[in-house]
Design a protein around this ligand. Sequence first.
Ligand code: NAD
Ligand code: ZN
Length: 405
Amino acid sequence: MARFTLPRDLYHGKGTLETLKTLDGKRAMICVGGGSMKRFGFLDRAVSYLKEAGMEVEIFDGIESDPSVETVMRGAEAMIKFQPDWIVAMGGGSPIDAAKAMWIKYEYPETTFEDMCKVFGLPKLRKKAHFCAIPSTSGTATEVTAFSIITDYHKGIKYPIADFEITPDVAIVDPDLAETMPKKLVAHTGMDAMTHAIEAYVSTANCAYTDPLAIFAITMIQKDLVDSYNGDMEKRDNMHNAQCLAGMAFSNALLGIVHSMAHKTGAVFEDQGAHIIHGAANAMYLPKVIAFNAKDPVAAERYAAIADFMHLGGSSVAEKIQLLIAYLRKMNDELNIPHCIKHYGKDGLPAEEGFVPEHIFLERLPEIAKNAIADACTGSNPRQPSQEEMEKLLKCCYYDTEVDF
Ligand SMILES: NC(=O)c1ccc[n+]([C@@H]2O[C@H](COP(=O)([O-])OP(=O)(O)OC[C@H]3O[C@@H](n4cnc5c(N)ncnc54)[C@H](O)[C@@H]3O)[C@@H](O)[C@H]2O)c1
Ligand SMILES: [Zn+2]
């Protein structure tokens, strides 16, 4: 049996933040990040709309980027005290993901973080609260997905929580919120969305319901991301929808090893000052993983189909895949994203000397490869890598060398 799950209601278009007025409840807890939502006035507007809906409102703020297990536990405690019947999470993927995990702990206070990480193993939620998600970045699509990514900083590992129970009830996709993003965030979140769509399309769990969403998102991102990065606000608005469509696809078709590798390299070099931003990691690894996965004939056909939908030309499957890889690398250049970890510098920009020294990378490589293979996203990848292959693949992502195995 296959299942396809999305939020019950999705409001989209400029000004739809106002639909918060229509939520029915007594107490809403708004979860936000470090301050951008307040700075640009969206938080105050959300509070006033919810009050207009007759609700008492409390704010849980300061959720950091790549939220920690500790933050999740603190937020859940605040929820247990306030007893909201609506959780309204607003901001980038980080605060929304954290709020999803808080929601689980709020509904089931005995649950441990380990329990949460059992893939598709959550108990029924919505006994205490419903969940509304309002994204302000155009990438993670967590407003429509069954995922939440929480980082265990003691282990330096990001863990995906995956269950349709945490697919939000209401998503508000209002492009006004995305217009304040700085360029770097547009680039990284946009390539995250591109990776979601491509991984969903070649995933072993793809189906007739997810394919059209993935393909349409890919062509939209191809058309709009670079212009959005360069300041075209109409394209910025389109990207907000494109990333959401990609999310609908991957929430139901799952992902692949680009994400496994991004999850396991993101926080592991923190001590070197190198937090590898999720979207940048995906952008660097995607072309390498395509070359690796394309050894699987079914995946190869699918990558070639993507190239056709993007009108990249080419006459054979192999040539089309090469053109797709070249196109994605060109996008990285246009978005100022490095091609490999070796050149991953400050703010995720290309640098001659990146943050991660070669000897540190090589020392940690076996462990990173082992963790990446064990990541929840590996199961739906079209080609299952061995430990040796994963180490080789990660080396290609470090040195930007060709994948020929
Ligand atoms: N749940 C999922 O399905 C899923 C999918 C992919 C990634 N993720 C996770 O999401 C996280 C990344 O989320 P993200 O890329 O949205 O970034 P983020 O939420 O970490 O935010 C990054 C920064 O951008 C700022 N910001 C957010 N919106 C802004 C706006 N409109 N204007 C100005 N500044 C703004 C934030 O304050 C923050 O400083 C990672 O932890 C990643 O692993 C989750
Ligand atoms: Zn992602």
